[in-house]
Design a protein around this ligand. Structure first.
Ligand code: ADQ
Length: 511
């Protein structure tokens, strides 16, 4: 990214996210450093190292405080120290209210349209506001330390109020935000109490650029602003809105994965060994292996998937023993009651299905309840004849992309919920509606029956498309979009068009 590197080299780049890139924890042998798993950190960490940025995040590790200075600053990566991690301290009440409470019990279900899980409590909201303000102060303080220009990039729904607060503190900052999850349409968004929904929208409108996974989510956001924020002007065609003299650009930037890394992992000697073990254990003769990989979350449609499989074996007994499913599920947010209940439900459903259909030498569904290293996941994906992704709603869904990247033999079929953002770019997947029990079962059935040539043709196209849009392309297009707006904001002002309200921003600026 030479042009961007050049731009970012003389611009202080401040990233704000809930999770930190390095966590210090006290172990039996002293303090250890951990890097949380996940594609985002592994994609952004090299960028931050190259441009010497600052990463503002919750200091969640047990030894985080003692390894940072009095402001919570520590140089990372350990031993190299090429960028600053600024830790924000949260106490138990903060975590309970801001994170488990408002972010995960109110915004998460609301944005995924699963309103029966939606819970609003004023105390959660108050904590969320207070914590967002604390993050805004930390980012403003980091921006204060640089003499030149600065850009702040906020991640996700944990921080809907940061941009507005930050802009009030430092009006000249360029602020943008990536929203990783869906954004709901107005009829759902208005389930938030009056005042709260407008406060959230105004918070996000503090950004110069709002980035969503899909066009649909971007449009939902614009529609919410149009309906609920008095005085805001929304231009859907140009994807922008203006409020109190400030313009926010809005666009879709579908996230991806480090494709080369996943492909490499799938080709490693360790992976090949595991592929062989998996296939000899679960896919002997011409039995097929279906896989599913998820955080245990009610948005991922795990019970719906299990019921579809149960329906398949009930209505098509000839398919029993023809396919084994391996579910690799990592428990998640277990201290939120709905998640603990879901873990139990999934366990009970798997047991019931295995009791109903299992035979002495066939376990229909193998449930692995653990967080598995990425290189092992790559082997699981490579070994599979079928991958089931059944989200009820999903911003993107990276599992679908990881499966494609690891399918080096091009023999697997991706069965993908049409309600995952990923479905909007994947015509060659077998798309399903996870709420449609028999339709879902029929799709699994036709995926199992798909001939090798057809599988190869589809997977080849999916892989070609994925290779053209990796996480690095995503990052580059976001930063290019942001810099285009900055340049246009700074450049000579073209004469405003009669029909257009420019509010001081050039009419053609935009990503
Ligand atoms: P998530 O809801 O976490 O992400 P997803 O995109 O599927 O959903 O990513 C899950 C990640 O966790 C994948 O990288 C996967 O490999 C990993 N994972 C899942 N189960 C695992 C297991 N058992 N062991 C180890 N790793 C496991 C949110 C949004 C998504 C959006 C992403 C990125 O909800 O819609 O795609 O952010 O923007």
């Amino acid at each position: 990214m030479p042009v961007l590197d050049q731009y970012l080299a003389d611009c202080k780049f401040i990233l704000v996210s809930n999770r930190e890139p390095y966590e210090h924890v006290r172990g039996v042998e002293g303090i250890e450093v951990r890097q949380p798993p996940g594609g985002l950190v592994s994609a952004l960490d090299p960028l931050m190292q190259r441009i010497h940025g600052t990463w503002v995040a919750w200091g969640s590790g047990s030894a985080d405080a003692e390894t940072a200075d009095e402001l919570g600053r520590v140089q990372v990566p350990p031993g190299d120290g090429s960028y600053t991690l600024r830790r924000v301290w949260l106490n138990d009440e903060d975590v309970e209210g801001y994170y488990h409470g408002f972010a995960n019990r109110a915004l998460w279900p609301l944005c995924h349209l699963l309103i029966h899980h939606f819970e609003f409590r004023t105390e959660f909201w108050e904590r969320y506001r207070a914590v967002n303000l604390r993050f805004a102060h930390a980012a403003a303080d980091e921006a204060e330390r640089c003499t030149g220009r600065a850009m702040v990039w906020i991640q996700d729904y944990h921080f809907a109020l940061v941009a507005e607060a930050l802009r009030a503190m430092r009006p000249s900052l360029f602020i943008h935000q990536f929203w990783h999850i869906p954004f709901p349409p107005p009829d759902i968004f208005r389930l938030l109490p009056v005042g709260t929904h407008v406060a959230l929208l105004r918070g996000l409108m503090g950004n110069d650029l709002m980035e969503f996974q899909t066009e649909r989510h971007a449009m939902n956001f614009l529609e919410c602003v149009e309906q609920f924020v008095d005085g805001a002007t929304v231009d859907r065609d140009r994807r922008r809105l203006t409020y109190q003299g400030h313009t926010t650009y809005v666009d879709a930037f579908p996230i991806s994965i480090d494709v080369a890394r996943f492909t490499e992992m799938a080709n490693s000697a360790r992976a090949l060994e595991l592929v062989e073990t998996l296939r000899s254990r679960y896919a002997r003769d011409d039995r097929q292996l279906g896989v599913a990989v998820d955080r245990v979350d009610y948005t991922k449609g795990i019970p719906e998937r299990l019921r579809a499989i149960e329906y398949l074996w009930t209505t098509a007994p000839e398919l029993r023993e023809r396919v084994t499913f391996l579910f690799v599920c990592t428990p998640s947010r277990s201290n939120v009651p709905a998640y603990a209940a879901l873990e139990q439900e999934v366990g009970a459903l798997v047991t019931a299905i295995n009791e109903q259909f299992g035979t002495p030498d066939w376990t229909p569904i193998v449930l692995v309840n653990s967080n598995v290293d990425a290189d092992l996941l790559a082997a699981v994906y490579r070994a599979a004849d079928l991958c089931l992704v059944s989200s009820l709603q999903d911003g993107m869904n990276l599992v679908a992309k990881e499966f494609i990247a690891a399918q080096v033999e091009e023999k697997g079929v991706l069965v993908l919920s049409r309600f995952a953002g990923a479905a909007e770019e994947m015509d060659d997947a077998t798309l399903v509606n996870p709420f449609n029990l028999d339709g879902f079962a029929a799709a699994i059935r036709s995926a199992l029956a798909m001939l090798p040539d057809e599988r190869r043709r589809r997977m080849r196209r999916l892989r070609a498309q994925l290779t053209r849009s990796t996480i690095f392309d995503w990052l580059e297009s976001i930063l290019a979009g942001a810099t285009a707006i900055i340049d246009a904001q700074a450049g000579p002002r073209p004469a405003p068009r009669k029909s257009e309200e420019t509010d001081g921003h050039p009419p053609e600026a935009g990503p």
